[in-house]
Design a protein around this ligand. Structure first.
Ligand code: GLU
Length: 477
């Protein structure tokens, strides 16, 4: 096996979404699985599309998942610099080789002239090919005109680790721009130069580049380069699986998920399993497991469905698995405001109760605020509850009064004796837990969800629990 060297080569043109990050992750895993090197290269040659802060954002997203790079931005390496805008001389030198070999020429046309060629082709119902308009005597290239590749239309067959065996005909090969009139190379040229210089063994990238691949094959050939191994990542589809994931379906900034209370380890497993599996049903992996198990051959060819419900479910699983100390550290920024001055031990106990029900860390306020402040009664919690809606208000008052009286008698305010008292209440009232306990739960928390009733009451304390029952009786009556 050749020395595996993969790269992630994002452009600093905005935020990273799960699709971009998946490409980076799969490139990383491919390298690490083979004890190879992973490179982070910044493709910043399109100055018009550049968004300030993107490079830092990209690095932050990679670090979030635990992806580290052996060479590239910040860390350097034998093929530095790893930022394309700092490599212009290198592209010029390669371009000169092509000019000398008669395989590149200065493009003499104005944008209007090219547009006219295009319209002409359209009128004649044929595909527009730039190579049909190659100038007979191109001017010497002085860097102010675009430099074009003089292509050589032919067929290509190549293998893609994900897409399988691919073929293209000569009709798709054309003279593309190598260096733009602003002096920057195009992606089409720069990535080939850099992948060659940086000894990249595998090119792992999104599907949007597949249609240009025949042109790349042509350029590799003309430059005398052995093409790397290719792996094209399938699209990520929306939840219904019927179109490419858009902003409204979740193609948002990966860091937004963190702000919304998703754990990095959830994102790692979720992104890793977007279009990849290890041949089993396993969905949750550590980075080490992924490194060990990953292979490009198991990346599926068809689009991967982005299932936000699965993401949420996974996050709940991961939260449940955290140690109390770890959970405490992670929720630091998610407590309700009213918890600010609360006692640390009390907060710990609240957190332990909430842990099983947290789907995202951001659920913490809705699940726990009533432990820190007096909740506002909200009758819709009763009237919207299928079982409770049927209760007459007099019945509600009766049950809540019975609960208050029984609990008032309790001298030992422990979870066990509270439970015993609640069980006794079931008997004396002849109610089902689904009705009686839900009613008491709502009356003491006014929250849509809460932990087990006896745990909740115990932590609220006797006085507060009874006060809330009294308030609820007044309110319900
Ligand atoms: N700069 C390209 C992008 O951001 C990278 C494509 C590649 O990996 O070759 O989409």
């Amino acid at each position: 096996m050749t020395n595996v060297r993969t790269r992630f080569a994002p452009s600093p043109t905005g935020f990273m979404h799960v699709g971009n990050l998946r490409t980076g992750l799969f490139a990383y895993l491919t390298a690490k699985n083979a004890n190879g090197a992973f490179i982070l290269r910044l493709e910043d040659t399109d100055k018009n599309r550049e968004v300030e802060g993107s490079a830092d954002h990209i690095k932050e997203c990679l670090k979030l998942l635990g992806i580290t790079w052996d060479e590239g931005l910040d860390v350097g390496g034998p093929y530095a610099p790893y930022q394309q805008s700092e490599r212009l001389d290198i592209y010029k030198a390669w371009a000169q080789k092509l000019i000398d070999a008669g395989r590149a020429y200065a493009d003499p046309y104005t944008a209007e002239e090219v547009q006219a060629f295009r319209e002409q082709a359209q009128k004649e119902k044929r595909a527009f090919l730039y190579r049909n308009h190659r100038p007979e005597n191109p001017p010497a290239w002085d860097g102010t005109q675009p430099l074009r590749f003089k292509s050589d239309p032919k067929s290509y067959d190549w293998h893609d680790e994900v897409m399988g065996d691919l073929h293209s005909g000569p009709e798709v090969i054309d003279d593309f721009i190598l260096i733009k009139s602003d002096g920057y190379p195009t992606y089409n040229f720069a990535h080939i130069v850099d992948d060659a210089e940086m000894q990249v063994s595998h090119v792992i990238r999104g599907q949007e580049f597949l249609s240009s691949q025949p042109n790349y094959m042509n350029l590799y050939e003309v430059l005398g380069l052995t093409p790397p191994i290719f792996a094209t990542m399938p699209h990520i589809l929306n939840e219904q699986g019927n179109k490419k994931l858009g902003k409204r379906d979740g193609a948002k900034d990966v860091l937004d998920y963190v702000r919304e209370g998703y754990l990095p380890e959830t994102l790692l497993s979720f992104i890793a399993t977007l279009g990849w599996n290890d041949g089993t049903e396993q969905e949750v992996f550590t980075m080490n497991e992924l490194i060990e198990k990953f292979s490009l051959q198991r990346v599926q060819r068809s689009g991967a469905r982005f299932d936000e419900k699965r993401l949420l479910w996974m996050n709940g699983q991961f939260i449940r698995g955290l140690t109390p100390e770890d959970l405490e550290r992670r929720v630091a920024d998610f407590w309700p405001d009213t918890a600010a001055g609360a006692d640390t031990d009390y907060k710990r106990r609240v957190l332990t109760l909430a842990q099983d029900r947290l789907k995202t860390l951001a659920d913490l306020p809705i699940l726990t605020s009533y432990f820190f402040e007096e909740p506002e009664p909200d009758v819709s919690l009763i009237t919207d509850n299928k079982q409770l809606a049927k209760l007459e208000s007099t019945m509600r008052v009766e049950l809540l009064t019975a609960a208050r009286d029984t609990l008032t008698e309790l001298t030992d305010w422990s979870t066990a004796s509270i439970q015993q008292a609640l069980n006794d209440l079931l008997e004396t009232t002849g109610q089902k837990p689904g009705i009686l306990f839900s009613l008491i739960r709502i009356a003491t928390t006014w929250a849509p969800f809460s932990p087990q009733l006896n745990d909740t009451l115990e932590l609220l304390g006797k006085e507060r629990s009874l006060d809330r029952l009294t308030r609820a009786i007044d309110y319900a009556g």
